[in-house]
Design a protein. Structure first.
Lengths: 506, 95
């Protein structure tokens, strides 16, 4: 059965169409893999009965010649997508017991195209985090072994508090871990400041945050509405292209969702890179940047050059303001969005003598430390007397950040190449406990893309000297995800296929 | 800019999050660490720059002004922790 979980999404799709095995068989193989990997803590809810029922119906449709583009393909769904009648809590305690009576538009699109839901994936609470350690359901372990760790030591840590094991990144940590550990063929994720791309880099897989508005946000638990965007995580760039084609598309229920046709992204795979102009933004070369990341970046540029692309130096002078501005805009929007958790309409309720106490007790108990911290920052920067100095100023800086990109694109740059993360994956319990800002620095290369609303793709690009995965990021013009898929696959091919970890956790 | 402990209590109340006295100094430190991280933005020249309102230029779509759903009171109440006779139940708010 192992071989059925090791297929790529494209391979499984083609094999199912050729009736080499059934949808029920491949679904059962994945459910068995999930069962054996409980220690990783990637799934917070497994919907086995529903998955088998969906797979049975997929087999019927395949037999009837009515297969959709994702027919019978078992997927994992990040816990922030509303799934009708199924656990949906954005891994927060404040949504305790919440089961939405409706389905998110993105997941509805996946089911329309025949996909099978295996269950809900762990994540940082309300997607606030870069290591999946803020989840109410506990941290997720990466399937990658820490350098010089034996399998026995890792298994012991898995059974304990997981400290020292590697984080899969965050906030889409469950999605990344599940895809890298072959627990699902691909997964939905979401990205507000890097939550698809950083986990992709940390676990040696591919992910894309599409252009703002490419996917509907309807039915996604909101964090920062002007930055949030849905996207896939998958084991390679082609599989991301297949996923995004189904996830994307116009939706009247989200007024920011673009009404532009969704291209066949998979057709962009294998197109020639010749003649494309790739910008290398010099401001991404940080002081004290690791030699290894710098070398990987240079190598990535050489690969694209060898494939016929033109490499040019570009300047994005406002880059360094992006992360601080993000930590005003995102908490501000979060404080507004999360005002809805009041202990009255859904989720957790803590008693209080009056309505204000009911709110205050419910929210103190229901939100974790990181969420409480960001809500307080957001409340502060929006409060009377500080709104102009913080929030309005940050939104002006956002205009400057976007303008930098527009000028570079107007100069003929087709895409930019940058590192994905400042380092390879770090350990659970290693960062952020004392200083929240140390954790925020993980997003330094990814957050600009959200601030400017652009598409950003991370492709697996190699291993560190310690044998841990590293990724490279490609940033594209608005709605030009196709060029990113072409370039991303070129990088993936040049880097060479590397095996994902074998199942030491089982 | 930085916040004092009175400001921390005020912000917590505005955010409707109960904080104990023991938590206040710790929260103050964390909030000030973040505020000092974003402090450099004060140096950026933003004269004449419009604040961003929409990251992708698009016109807000309009639809027919008609009822598109409704009559689902039971679904609306389905996840509520406390209800009575088809209403959300809260502590007395009007004396």
């Amino acid at each position: 059965m192992t071989s059925l979980t090791s297929l790529t999404l494209a391979e499984a799709r083609d094999a199912l169409k050729a009736r080499k095995f059934s949808c029920v068989e491949i679904t059962k193989a994945h459910l068995a893999a999930i069962d054996a990997a409980q220690g990783l803590n990637a799934f917070v809810a497994v919907t086995a009965d529903q998955a088998l029922e969906m797979a049975r119906r997929s087999d019927e449709r395949l037999a009837a010649g009515e297969a959709g583009p994702l027919e019978g393909l078992p997927l994992g769904i990040k816990d922030l997508y509303a799934t009708k009648g199924v656990h949906t809590q954005a891994c927060s305690h404040i949504l305790d017991g919440f089961k939405p009576p409706y389905e998110s538009s993105v997941t509805a699109n996946l089911w329309r195209d025949g996909a099978v839901m295996l269950g809900k994936l762990n994540m940082d609470e309300f997607a606030m985090g870069s290591s999946n350690e803020t989840s109410y359901y506990g941290p997720v372990a990466s399937p990658w072994l820490p350098p010089n760790w034996s399998e026995a030591r890792a298994k012991a840590a898995l059974a304990g508090d997981k400290r020292g094991l590697l984080t899969p990144g965050g906030s889409s940590g469950g999605s990344a871990s599940a895809v890298a550990a072959h627990l699902c063929l691909a997964a939905t994720a979401s990205d507000t400041g890097g939550s698809i791309r950083q986990p992709a880099a940390f676990t040696g897989i591919a992910g894309i945050k599409p252009t703002y508005g490419r996917c509907s946000r309807w039915g996604m638990v909101a964090f920062a509405s002007s930055l949030d965007q849905a996207g896939p995580l998958a084991r390679n760039v082609r599989d991301c292209a297949i996923m995004l084609r189904s996830m994307a598309g116009h939706d009247a229920k989200d007024s920011t969702c673009a009404n532009t046709p969704v291209p066949d992204y998979e057709a962009a795979i294998g197109r020639s890179v010749k003649g494309l102009t790739i910008g290398i933004p010099r401001e991404y070369r940080l002081d004290g940047m690791s030699q290894e990341i710098e070398a990987l970046w240079t190598r990535g540029a050489e690969w694209l050059k060898d494939a016929g692309a033109r490499i040019v130096d570009v300047s994005l002078p406002n880059t360094r303001h992006a992360l601080p501005a993000y930590y005003i805009v995102a908490p501000a929007e979060a404080s507004s969005n999360l005002a809805r958790y009041d202990g009255v309409r859904y989720g957790l309720r803590e008693a209080g003598a009056d309505i204000t106490e009911l709110y205050e007790h419910t929210r103190a108990r229901g939100f974790g430390a990181e969420v409480r911290r960001r809500l307080m920052i957001g409340t502060y920067v929006l409060s009377a007397g500080y709104y102009d100095a913080y929030y309005v100023r940050a939104q002006k800086i956002r205009t400057l950040i976007k303008r930098d990109f527009e000028l570079a694109f107007a100069d003929g740059v087709d895409a930019m190449l940058t590192p994905a993360t400042p380092s390879a994956a770090f350990g659970i319990g290693e960062k952020g406990a004392e200083d929240p800002v140390a954790m925020y620095l993980n997003d330094v290369f990814t957050v600009t893309v959200n601030m400017a609303g652009l598409p950003g793709l991370v492709a697996p690009a190699g291993l560190s000297s310690e044998g841990l995965p590293l990724g490279l990021q490609l940033i594209g013009r608005p709605f030009d995800e196709e060029t990113l898929f072409t370039l991303g696959e070129a990088i993936e091919q040049a880097a060479g296929r590397r095996a994902l970890p074998k199942a030491w956790w089982a | 800019m930085s916040v004092d402990q009175t400001a921390v209590r005020r912000i917590a109340h505005l955010a409707r999050i109960a904080v104990s006295e023991a938590e206040v100094p710790h929260l103050q430190g964390e909030i000030n660490a973040i505020l000092s991280f974003v402090d450099e933005l004060g140096q950026v020249n933003v004269d004449g720059v419009e604040p961003m309102t929409s990251v992708i230029p698009m016109k807000l779509p309009m639809r027919e002004d008609v009822v598109t759903d409704g009559e689902i009171a039971q679904l609306v109440l389905a996840n509520a922790p406390l209800t009575e006779d088809g209403f959300f139940l809260v502590p007395k708010v009007v004396e």
